[in-house]
Write a protein that binds this ligand. Structure first.
Ligand code: GDP
Ligand code: MN
Length: 396
């Protein structure tokens, strides 16, 4: 689960990470009021959306009067901000106003979970400001990494070493090391999955300040972090994914037009590959899980159909713990309750397959069946092409 910059800053500040003074606003009037409240003569006005790259997309601006703050905030509210990370855009409903910082240097500081070493890894760079992915490509040597032993945590010497490698002055080392370890404690204590401070700025006074902050949290640990769950902002999520998540389905939205309903993550990945190989594009990844009841199958079917880009539905079940007859019942139920106007391709194999096929055949529904994964993928892609032509013809 992702949170907003202002929320991440609030959490980090509680752990002792220095952040600029700021205030959140929900209207242009509130934004300018926040600016006067903060005081000073220049402010940074920042669109709060769950995406990086806001600066480049026109979502961050330094303003020099409360009128300018209000005008710019007015421009932002309700706007769909299209960033490199979120090309479809995310709507701005909250705007953060901060005292402007006089930046002398921009550093990068991040904490991630390294699956290869099974450790939390701290990543830093003297070249902050630009995106870490770009930096990793253009200048991988500029990345400094420290792997953290879970039993002992982020040790003082590691933090100091990192601070020295960033080229900080001797007088800044102690504070930098405190900041790094505070960020690490926040990451650990709150079950974060990712933390990024970019830029971590050195201001005119030589102090380190977190100018930007991003945090995301481990969904599997949210049950024990109610205070973090409170920070969820649904307006920033893919509605297809929130709809599915609320129903306990493992769903990831994609850009294609073939809706997929599959059991098991491995088979789901293989099916997406087969669709690609057959020349098509999946609209989603959806794992209905093991032992799925007809009700669950029905819910999954509805989640797939909720995506208006979907032109054909592909059901691929290799039943072990699952039962093909339950899956078939779920599909028939879906047809009886929803207006399914799209072609549906079904491939069933495994437990109770004969019963499952009989239910589908006797339902009299226009279901296309397939015996193998390859055949199912080809039929789905062919059906999607027909759908495309029909849409094109309808448009004239
Ligand atoms: P992002 O583009 O979504 O990562 O948003 P950031 O919060 O990182 O802001 C983008 C850029 O705006 C930063 O890299 C800074 O260069 C600039 N910026 C942010 N805050 C300030 C500030 O207080 N003063 C100045 N001069 N620039 C700022
Ligand atoms: Mn940033």
């Amino acid at each position: 689960m992702d949170i907003h910059e202002y929320q991440a800053k609030e959490l980090l500040a509680r752990y002792g990470v220095p952040v600029p003074r700021g205030g959140l606003s929900y209207s242009p009037e509130q934004a300018s009021y926040r600016a006067t409240e903060i005081g000073g003569s220049s402010w940074v006005v920042k669109a709060q959306v769950h995406s990086g790259g806001r600066g480049e997309a026109g979502g961050v601006k330094v303003c020099h009067s409360d009128h300018e703050v209000a005008d710019y905030a007015n421009e932002l509210f309700g706007k769909r901000l299209r960033t490199k990370q979120a090309p479809a855009g995310k709507c701005v409903y909250r705007v953060y106003v901060e005292e402007a910082t006089d930046i002398k240097r921009e550093l990068y500081f991040g904490i991630v979970l390294d699956r290869a070493t099974e450790r939390i890894t701290v990543v830093a760079s003297a070249e902050g400001g630009m995106e870490i992915e770009e930096l990793a490509e253009s200048n991988p040597d500029a990345l400094i990494k420290a792997s953290i032993e879970p039993a002992v945590g982020f040790l003082e010497f590691q933090a100091r070493e990192l601070a020295f490698s960033l080229g900080l002055a001797p007088s800044q080392i102690a504070k930098a090391s405190q900041l790094f370890r505070a960020a690490y404690r926040a990451f650990r204590d709150l079950d974060a999955a990712m933390l990024e401070i970019n830029p971590l700025a050195v201001n005119a006074e030589g102090e380190l300040v977190a100018l930007d902050a991003k945090m995301s949290f481990d969904d599997n640990a949210l049950f024990r972090r109610p205070a973090i769950s409170e920070l969820r902002d649904r307006s920033q999520e893919d509605p297809r994914e929130s709809h599915a998540a609320d129903r306990g389905l493992a769903y990831v939205g994609l850009d294609g037009d073939i809706g997929c309903m599959i059991n098991g993550a491995g088979l789901a990945m293989a099916t997406l590959d087969m669709i690609k190989l057959a020349g098509g594009d999946p609209a989603n990844f959806l794992d209905i899980g093991g032992g799925a009841s007809p009700e669950r199958v029905f819910k999954a079917f509805r989640a797939v159909l909720a995506d208006s880009n979907v032109k054909v539905v592909l059901v691929n079940i290799f039943a072990g713990i699952n039962r093909c007859d339950w899956v078939a019942k779920g599909i028939v139920e879906a047809f009886s309750q929803i207006d399914v106007e799209l072609p549906v391709v079904v491939r069933l194999a495994g437990t109770h397959v004969e019963e499952g096929q009989r239910i589908l055949a006797e339902s009299g529904l226009p279901i296309v069946t397939a015996d193998t994964l390859a055949e199912a993928a080809e039929k789905a892609v062919a059906a999607a092409r027909v759908g495309e032509r029909a849409t094109a013809a309808a448009r004239g």
